[in-house]
Design a binder for this molecule. Structure first.
Ligand code: GLA
Length: 427
């Protein structure tokens, strides 16, 4: 399908779906109405760690091949990842053959995926997991493989027939902002029309930002999560820049997140090479506060027990997956300490304190409890548990009291506050 007919199709489809769109608005839900991603997606995604390695002759264990995803799926079950909540095994760029088939369908590289994606999906499903795949709204993927422009319906249908459960839709090689927006919308509707439940992961705002302020209300109507900022790298500079971008833009982005639609600050790089232990703790704690999709990009065959324990920490995951679905925000920054907080269900709160200072040793920080959770988190009192860097019951605190913590350079202390009244109600 070429652009012209595609535009016509878009009009047709939007017209057909107009009553649904109106309904979404009436219900005030304003989220992509596919019933998916009610809590942030959890899984594994190949890009940061394995990139576009297609050299299976030289590097059979780290090239993008069916074997890599089958091994990760196996380990996700045998090593407790699935039990911890990680469910989606996701393929990123570079899985495709360089050409479409004679019917215009995308095909997997036959050498690296000899069984094709359908067989891989069956395998992943047999493990009780779900399969994610990658495509691009423009003429080519970022790495130069065939793009979906002009083929949105065919590609949506192909992915559904293969049994794919998530689509990461990138935004490279798109020739205009209009094509970008239309393409992201069109693909959302095309996926819905297949009748298969497919999580729709967008990069729409990331590619909009250089030209226009994204309309997040609109984006939320079409996508289950959306990337806002540059790709994560295995480095502290990268993780820091994502946190900085997020807090600087929190007024625009925090309010739009909720069940069915999430801001995506990109993959977890915990368990790789670039972050110190304290920095890994910061990434885990802040991704929980931000209600971010937890998509690890690491090598589950070679991961330290320490990183595994952190990534599988059920208390921190419970904050990330909290059913209230409200994204946290930076509450204050003073004297090189940042305080972030996130409201949780049952009137609980998560609080993260980061030490931004990159010189010296651990620093003490005293915070008045009345200043947290809009004044109500600890009113009239609360039980506080420190979750990171190590779990510790800190006990009962009055609203008028303060709490003293020590935070390592570049590290984070993550707390959970449970209101006194709530615990009484429970008893
Ligand atoms: C873009 C995306 C990355 C990754 C690569 C693949 O840079 O933002 O997450 O998918 O493309 O080429």
């Amino acid at each position: 399908m070429k652009l012209k007919s595609q535009d016509q199709w878009l009009g047709y489809v939007l017209a057909l779906h107009f009553p649904t769109l109106v309904l979404w608005r009436d219900l005030g839900a304003m989220a992509l109405d596919n019933g998916l991603a009610r809590t942030p997606t959890m899984g594994w995604l190949h890009w940061e760690r394995f990139m576009c390695n297609v050299d299976c002759r030289e590097e059979p264990d780290s090239c993008i091949s069916e074997q890599l995803f089958m091994q990760m799926a196996e380990l996700m079950v045998s090593d407790g990842w699935k039990d911890a909540g990680y469910e989606y095994v996701c393929i990123d760029d570079c899985w495709m053959a360089p050409q479409r088939d004679s019917l215009g369908r995308l095909q997997a590289d036959p050498q690296r995926f000899p069984g094709g994606i359908r067989r891989l999906a069956n395998y992943v499903h047999s493990k009780g997991l779900k399969l994610g795949i990658y495509a691009d709204v423009g003429n080519k993927t970022c790495a130069g493989y065939p793009g979906s422009f002009g083929y949105y319906d065919i590609d949506a249908q192909t992915f559904a027939e293969w049994g794919v459960d998530l689509l990461k839709f990138d935004g490279c090689h798109c020739d205009s902002i209009k094509h970008l927006a239309d393409g992201y919308k069109y693909m959302s509707l095309a996926l819905n029309r297949t009748g298969r439940s497919i999580v729709y992961s967008c990069e729409w705002p990331l590619y909009m930002w250089p030209f226009h302020k994204p309309n997040y209300t609109k984006i939320r109507q079409y996508c289950n999560h959306w990337r806002n900022f540059a790709d994560v790298y295995d480095s502290w500079e990268s993780v820091k820049s994502i946190l900085e971008w997020t807090s600087s833009n929190q007024e625009k982005i925090v309010k739009v997140a909720g069940p069915g639609g999430w801001n995506d600050p990109d993959m977890l790089v915990i368990g790789n090479f670039g972050l110190s232990w304290d920095q890994q703790i910061t990434q885990m704690a802040l991704w929980a506060i931000m209600a971010a999709p937890l998509l690890m990009s690491n090598d589950l065959r070679h991961i330290s027990p320490q990183a595994k324990t952190l990534l599988q920490d059920k208390d921190v995951i419970a904050i990330n997956q909290d059913p209230l679905g409200k994204q946290g925000y930076r509450l204050r920054k003073e004297n090189n300490i940042e305080v972030w907080e996130r409201p949780l269900s049952n009137l609980a709160w998560a609080v993260a304190m980061r030490n931004l200072q990159e010189i010296g040793g651990p620093r003490s920080y005293i915070i008045s409890l009345a200043s947290l959770g809009q004044g109500v988190a600890c009113n009239p009192g609360c039980f506080i548990t420190q979750l990171l860097p190590v779990k510790m019951q800190l006990g009962f605190y009055e609203w008028t009291s303060s709490i003293k913590t020590r935070i390592n350079p570049t590290g984070t202390v993550l707390l959970r506050l449970e209101g006194k009244n709530r615990l009484h109600q429970k008893a």
